[in-house]
Design a protein around this ligand. Structure first.
Ligand code: 5GP
Length: 118
């Protein structure tokens, strides 16, 4: 499986501040924030993209959502944030190691296609 920058970050090979970490995932600030609060929830398991997850990953995927809610609350944006997963180059994915974006702190346009990521 191809390694990515997120593999190196989750393994601690590139010094990066973890806003949260546990045995399954880490949370870091996005290097190129698209909103005042923009963090990434990255599983330690290097699943390249969401469609490559399988039934074995069900608990992990649920865990990532729970962590998203918890971290959003810790960051003070628990009542107003957007959660984004880009899947595939056509979906705007640039790092092929599954991750969730939490975006908050700016007006979020309404509508499914208004995420404003990339
Ligand atoms: P994607 O487009 O794959 O959904 O999101 C990848 C995100 O990772 C982008 O928002 C990009 O700014 C962020 N990113 C890419 N490389 C790094 C890095 O080395 N460190 C951090 N903190 N974020 C990164």
């Amino acid at each position: 499986m191809t390694d990515t920058i997120f593999g190196k970050i989750t393994r601690g090979e590139i010094p990066t501040e973890f806003l949260y970490e546990d045995e399954h995932c880490v949370v870091i600030r996005d290097i190129n924030p698209q909103a005042p609060t923009h963090v990434l929830i990255i599983p330690r398991k290097p699943i390249p993209m969401l469609v490559e997850a399988n039934s074995e990953d069900q608990a992990l995927l649920g865990h990532l959502l729970l962590v998203a809610g918890k971290v959003a609350e810790q960051l003070g944006v628990g009542d107003a944030f957007r959660l984004v997963i880009n899947n595939g180059a056509g979906g705007g994915q640039t790092v092929f190691h599954l991750h969730l974006h939490i975006l908050a702190g700016r007006e979020m346009a309404e509508g499914a296609l208004a995420a404003g990521l990339h």
